[in-house]
Design a protein around this ligand. Structure first.
Ligand code: NAD
Length: 294
């Protein structure tokens, strides 16, 4: 299939590489020339704009930081909607608010196109291994049609319901993730301050009731999990500012239905403090730096 991919960051680049590996013909666009080169070296073609990209593919995937970026890429004068052909499918895998997805989906429908939300979970490791979970919002027929493409990048492709429900699932998942990472950071820093070896403590947590993805895959204490961002100076994972964004999405969504989200509100403040101290571009497990002396 002829696929266009926009947004080749920590997640998008490995996802796009998996589409190439599955034999799809790929055209890419990103503002960062280095990541575009990574993909063209692997066999992708590069386009000069989202508009040019959209005019030559059957399916457009977007994997961008926030709703404002997706809006710019879709609706800008050189955006996807300016070049897209009728009948093109658009899959947005960025984590954004459900209301924006519904708006973009309606704009796509006006051009005879279909847009579904398919945010992902599984981190950069899952993106590289092709084992992501996709949470798909859209009608059943569109889900069935897109499933084979998404299967090249993920293992669990779940139909969540109508447009926007993929984002609802993703926001709820990341609400837990933000809270559990702060909890693991707090416990690991406390254990360290009280004198237990961090590796021993991590090992106990990971075979005990405190075990979670934040402890056994992305443990925030350097050296506990060799493949975690904390063991490479908090680079190349899921940015603190992106987690801050997701907790903001959860807070706004909770407010819209007058639903309490006590723990999420506190976690949001913690990541905000981490961002304010200059850790916004580091992996979100760098939250432990709020707890540990330099
Ligand atoms: P990232 O910041 O690493 O990558 C974003 C990419 O988008 C960059 O390459 C950037 O140059 C590009 N970009 C920004 N504006 C652009 C524009 N106008 N036109 C073209 N390209 C543009 O982000 P990421 O970690 O890959 O995350 C992307 C999305 O996936 C976010 O919504 C994030 O919340 C979500 N997500 C991330 C992870 C993770 O572990 N990193 C996991 C699940 C979901």
């Amino acid at each position: 299939m002829k696929i266009g991919f926009i947004g080749l960051g920590n997640m998008g680049a490995p996802m796009a590489l998996n589409l190439l590996k599955a034999g799809h013909s790929l055209t890419v666009f990103d503002l960062n020339d280095n990541v575009v080169r990574l993909l063209t070296d692997a066999g992708a073609k590069s386009a000069g704009s989202p508009r040019a990209l959209a005019s030559e593919v059957e399916l457009v995937m977007t994997m961008l930081p926030e709703a404002s970026h997706v809006r710019g890429v879709l609706t800008g004068s050189d955006g996807v909607f300016a070049g897209v052909r009728q009948g093109t499918t658009l899959i947005d895998s960025s984590t954004i608010d459900p209301a924006s997805v519904r708006e973009f989906s309606a704009l796509a429908a006006q051009r005879g196109c279909t847009l579904v939300d398919a945010p992902v979970s599984g981190g950069t490791g899952g993106a590289a291994a092709g084992t992501l979970t996709f949470m798909v919002g859209g009608n059943r027929a569109d889900y069935d049609r897109m499933r084979p493409v998404l299967s090249a990048m993920g293992r669990n492709i779940v139909h969540c319901g109508d447009t926007g429900t993929g984002q609802v699932a993703k926001i709820c998942n990341n609400l837990i993730l933000g809270i559990t990472m702060a909890g693991v950071a707090e416990a690991m820093a406390l254990g360290d301050a009280l004198g237990i070896d961090a590796k021993i403590l991590g090992g106990i947590i990971n075979t005990s009731t405190g075990r979670c993805w934040s402890s056994d895959t992305y443990n925030p204490f350097p050296g506990v999990i060799g493949t975690a961002p904390s063991s490479r100076r908090y680079t190349g994972g899921f940015g603190t500012d992106l987690m801050l964004k997701d907790l903001g999405l959860a807070a706004r969504a909770a407010k819209s239905v007058r639903q309490p989200a006590f723990m999420g509100a506190l976690a949001q403040q913690l990541y905000q403090a981490a961002s304010a101290r200059g850790d916004g571009n580091l992996d979100f497990s760098a939250i432990i730096r709020l707890y540990r002396k330099a």
